[in-house]
Design a protein around this ligand. Sequence first.
Ligand code: ADP
Ligand code: MG
Length: 181
Amino acid sequence: MGRVAAYIGIGSNVGDRRDFCSRALGLLGLLPESALTAYSSTYETQPVGDVGGPFLNLVAEVQTGLEPRRLLAILQETEQGLGRDAERRAGPRTLDLDLLLYGDRVINEEGVLVVPHPRLHLRRFVLTPLAELAPTRRHPTLHHTMAELLSSLQDPHEVRRVDDPVVPWIRPAGRCGLAGM
Ligand code: ADP
Ligand code: MG
């Protein structure tokens, strides 16, 4: 079966942010029918809205044979397993995992799964790591590349690359690593 390049946004702004991101990244390397093929630099980012302190954010690329709904379900189990409080949506979060892109697929299952992620093109904390990994990939409905979306972005929130990047807690099989290194 063919595999599809999926991009997953990882964010944390509570507790040991680096450890939560590292665990999430390592678990993406353990997904069935999948390989973790790349991950971005790590960024410290100003929170958007009243959601607590600064985040660590990065984006992972996974080549996967999992269907998008199944992948989302696993991402949600991972969030819960790593302690996110499901009662407090939009509050501070130990771990947020978003399915940003799933190949060129456009999915509109209202309230359940929307791909491309509906706020992807509006958020510097998503587009900066995503454009680092996939600068020439085109947004399936807006048709601009990720690099173009980033360069025309208005979002004033600060995004700063950190010197000491998150790495997976377990070394993924195959070739994988920080973009641009
Ligand atoms: P945020 O968009 O700020 O990350 P939440 O993580 O709190 O918001 O939203 C989770 C909800 O969004 C879940 O109910 C999930 O089903 C839904 N959702 C819709 N599309 C996606 C997607 N592409 N990735 C992750 N969650 C999604
Ligand atoms: Mg989310």
